[in-house]
Design a protein around this ligand. Sequence first.
Ligand code: FAD
Length: 401
Amino acid sequence: MSYNKKHVSVTLPGVRGLSSSSGPRVCIVGGGPAGFYTAQQLLKARQDAAVDVYERLPVPFGLVRFGVAPDHPEVKNVINTFTQTAQHERCSFHGNVNVGKDVTIDELRQAYHAVVLSYGAEGNRSMGIPGEDLPGVFSAKDFVGWYNGLPSNKELRPDLSCETAVILGQGNVALDVARILLAPVEMPRKRLTELMMKAAKEGGDDKAEKCWGFRFFRNPVEVIAGADGKRATGIRLALNKLEGSGESARAEVTGQLEDVDCGLIISSIGYKSIPIDPAVPFDPRRAIVPNEMGRVQDTAGLYCSGWVKRGPTGVIATTMNDSFDTARVLIQDMEAGKLDLSVNKPGAQAITALLQTRGVRTVLFSQWEKINAEEEKRGKFLGKPREKLLDVDEMLKIAWS
Ligand code: FAD
């Protein structure tokens, strides 16, 4: 898919944050949809269970905050459900904890009866073609993170002054990126996908300031550098054709090449999970934590849900269903005696104390609410729902103020 300015071709009671239940204690790694849906189901199914969610960032909600496009505000309403879960008396949220670095999975397993890995897919698939590291080439993951205010992408500064952008891929994320590139800077309230599709079907509008289109049967073979070799100025595509028919139809190269001049290249060929702790099994080929119905292979008491369980596909509803499945399996294991619940586990009290010795201070949900209030206040001033904070240090300052 490319885009062109004139033409886009393509718990302790009373103490929030520490729970005192003597029932099963479960730890969840990752405060995105998978983490919150798993927590929600566990809390509902076991009235004696306490669940602590550890999140790398000082802010919760994962890709709902940092992935879902800003012109899909209705999708972001799931945050209300996650907030109810986080505010549940047997749930606690601990942000600013990078599991695998600040605390190991083995340490969490000692402090809890069960640990659920719900840390998503923060890696990026590479195209494996010459020139893909040139300035002007971005992964959709970073580009999406940039327009959604992800602190690690705040310095990305893509040059949007070029005439043509090419997006490689045509999944939901590629369409999000195209819509955002085509949108006016002051984000329109209305969903743009329908309008984009209408314009594409009708052959575009001559008066449109920006236009776009699909180019099928092409795969990238090389990023073309400018004369100084310092910047991407185009992309070389191999033209393909379909061989065979029905389910056996395959795209085969024709030997023909096509060069497209462009100043911005965004590769949208998928996210991938990465290993966060050497003690956890990881399947590098599928880029997931190997599991059977959410039970991590060969590791009793360790579970997974969401994108790290099944790979980076599916919408929030898919993630919800698979997280509910993992929670059900975990409860079954508790009830079948596969997890030793006879021993009391210290949970967040022990982990928070351990983190303190390492100079790591957590952000509790009530502290995130201060960040949230500040963002909403700044947004109101600018006439929008929120103005996200981009700097982790500033987030922490506000959270702990
Ligand atoms: P994530 O949402 O990625 O959550 C994982 C969490 O784990 C993150 O908060 C992360 O910070 C945290 N984490 C990572 N590493 C660590 C660590 N070491 N220690 C502690 N915490 C850690 N779905 C829809 O239904 N509608 C949409 O419009 C939509 N748009 C999307 C747009 C984009 C660009 C993308 C990428 C996805 C979109 N989705 C959409 C899909 C949806 O976002 C996913 O299904 C869902 O977010 C997956 O949930 P998850 O919890 O597995 O992963």
